[in-house]
Design a protein around this ligand. Structure first.
Ligand code: FPP
Length: 255
């Protein structure tokens, strides 16, 4: 895999105009199972093809000048899937880190993992740590991997961490502001997602980035994740470019 260093703004074919990219795009990579089932293949084949899509998306995000992409690769609820599928997904993560880490590092990609590491097999937790440590000082695309992630648990973890600081006298209750709370989340220091893309036609957040999505734009696409290609990504970026974000205020025109 190679993540191209040349960062060109996306020119929308429809309008012939330059589209300002979102700074942070988050992906709910849904539909691997349905993609495989529709082809008479085992669900795991869908995940394998999904990894290929992920590689293309990372490369394309770099080309489009996006700073951060977050991918929902394993939710804290995914443990309830059949054991064979869970262990396939664990193996896929292992292969992704082992095979792609050096190329991602060469392409100046910085990897950050969000989610709980507590219930992970020590070998996997160590690999995730290695990916973060190796790429910590990189300055290109930030790749945030949500693994064993659930937003409600993340929020509870942040609340506990802040409560602990108040208990130890490090903070006063009145110091718990939105900024302090954001900083205590797994995503502390990262910008909130501007755009959240979910493939496969489902229109829900599924416990993904609940706090951070307060002002995100949503884009739902009918394609299953393995079919999500560069053209589909560009379509989402063009759609985002046409949205008006008001953050609860009014358009300048309306004032
Ligand atoms: C949702 O599709 C997808 C997942 C639970 C896993 C996503 C994993 C990848 C795209 C591969 C890359 C993975 C890693 C670990 C880097 P689904 O299985 O829920 O599909 P369905 O809704 O059609 O059943």
């Amino acid at each position: 895999m190679s993540v191209s260093p040349d960062r060109s703004p996306h020119v929308s074919a429809a309008e012939g105009s330059s589209v300002k990219p979102p700074r942070h795009v988050a992906f709910i990579m849904d539909g691997n199972g349905r993609w495989a089932t529709a082809r008479g293949l085992p669900r795991t084949e869908g995940h394998r093809h999904g990894l290929e899509t992920l590689r293309r998306v990372i490369r394309h995000a770099g080309k489009r000048g996006i700073d951060v992409i977050t991918i929902y690769s394993f939710s804290s609820e995914n443990w309830s899937r059949p054991e064979t599928e869970v262990s396939f997904l664990m193996g896929l993560l292992r292969r992704f880190v082992q095979r792609d880490l050096s190329e991602l590092h060469e392409a100046n990609v910085r990897i950050r993992i969000i989610g709980s590491r507590d219930d992970l097999e020590p070998g996997i937790a160590a690999l995730l740590q290695e990916a973060e440590d190796l790429t910590r000082n990189n300055t290109g695309l930030n790749l945030v991997v949500a693994f064993n992630y659930g937003a409600r648990v993340e929020i509870v973890r942040a609340a506990k961490a802040l409560a602990q600081k108040v208990l130890s006298g490090e903070m006063r209750p009145e110091d718990i502001t939105e900024t302090a709370f954001s900083g205590a989340l797994d995503t502390g220091g990262l910008p909130d997602p501007d755009l959240i893309i979910r493939t496969s036609g489902e229109m829900r957040l599924s416990n993904f980035l609940l706090w951070q999505a307060a002002y995100s734009e949503f884009y739902f696409c009918d394609k299953h994740w393995p079919d999500f290609d560069e053209a589909a990504f560009d379509e989402a970026l063009t759609c985002f470019g046409n949205r008006q974000r008001r953050y609860g205020g009014l358009d300048a025109k309306a004032l």
